[in-house]
Structure formats: structure tokens, C-alpha cells
Design a binder for this molecule. Structure first.
Ligand code: S3P
Length: 165
């Protein structure tokens, strides 16, 4: 059984997941990292070359494997909840935490980050609002509880999460 983080890109899944794992003395894994190891290239390159559908196939396979084998903390990619099968597997096999951030919060954190293909567009703020609109209900469906990431520090968020576990 794992603790699994879902949320928009830039919501803090990796940062908070890593800290929580350290606090609990559990192994941490980032599914995007496992995907890149499996692909042998960056997600950004793969997205550009093979398209989103092919990326989602690999992502689904990796999530299926990790949710069956990893005993610890898992940070997922922001689109991990898009496929119904993924939402079901995450929810049934782990304790899923939705790190909810507003599009404005996310934009503040990721605006200088060039590694996120979905945000490499002319109007990233409009893109984030659209992503939030589509995905917020899907993150909620997959999750067992929601943590609002707006103001608190990483340490405070980790404390809040340990109290909910
Ligand atoms: C994606 C988010 C990324 C990565 C891929 C697709 C998305 O992960 O999986 O670029 O669809 O939101 P992060 O949420 O870690 O940026």
C-alpha cells in the first residue's frame, strides 16, 4: 500500500512527497522519473516525437506497475488521473492525496520551468485554467483527501498530511 500524490503540474507532488517519505522513513518514487528511465529519453522529447496518446500508454503501464509493487510514497504526473483505469487503480491500491493548487499558485511556481511540455504554449495561464477546470473533478474522484497548498510552507503541509494518515 502506498501514499500517492495527485495534482496539477507544479502543485508540489514531488517536493512534498519526498519530504513526507523522509519523515515516515519510506521509499519515494516519482512516476515521471520511472517513465523517463523506461523511455530512455525525457518526457518532453517523447511527447514531441510520439504524441500525447503514446505517452499516456506508457504512463498507464508504469502507474499500474508502481501501484502494485511500490510500498512507500509515489508522486504521479499531473495527467495521471485522465484515464478512468488509472483513477480506479490509484484509488483502490493506495492512499491518494490531492494537492490542490489554484492555476495562479501553479503559474507562480512553474513559470520559469521549461521541462513541462503542457505549459510550453503562448498563454500558459489560460492553459492552466483549462487544465484545472477539466482535472479538478478527476483529482477529487481519485483522491481519499484533499490538501490545499496555497499558503502553508512545505513543512507545514507535510505536518498536515501526517495528521490525516
Ligand atoms: C503532465 C504532467 C507532467 C508529466 C507530463 C504530462 C500533465 O508531470 O507527466 O509532462 O499532463 O499534466 P508533472 O505534473 O510532474 O509536471
Amino acid at each position: 500500500m502506498s501514499i500517492i500524490f495527485v495534482g496539477l503540474p507544479g502543485s508540489g507532488k514531488t517536493t512534498i512527497g519526498r519530504q513526507l517519505a523522509r519523515r515516515l522513513g519510506l521509499p519515494f518514487v516519482d512516476s515521471d522519473h520511472v517513465i523517463e528511465e523506461r523511455l530512455g529519453c525525457s518526457i518532453r522529447e517523447y511527447f514531441a516525437r510520439e504524441g500525447e496518446d503514446n505517452f499516456r500508454d506508457v504512463e498507464q503501464q508504469v502507474l499500474d506497475d508502481l501501484t502494485q509493487t511500490h510500498e512507500g510514497v509515489i508522486a504521479t504526473g499531473g495527467g495521471a488521473v485522465l484515464r478512468p483505469a488509472n483513477r480506479q487503480h490509484l484509488h483502490e491500491r493506495g492512499h491518494v492525496i490531492y494537492l490542490r493548487s489554484t492555476p495562479e499558485d501553479v503559474y507562480r511556481r512553474v513559470r520559469h520551468d521549461t521541462a513541462r511540455p503542457l505549459l510550453q504554449v503562448d498563454d500558459p495561464m489560460a492553459r492552466l485554467r483549462a487544465l484545472y477546470g477539466t482535472r479538478d473533478p478527476l483529482y477529487r474522484e481519485a483522491a481519499h483527501f484533499v490538501i490545499e497548498t496555497g499558503r502553508p510552507s512545505v513543512a507545514t503541509l507535510v505536518n498536515m498530511i501526517t495528521m490525516q494518515l
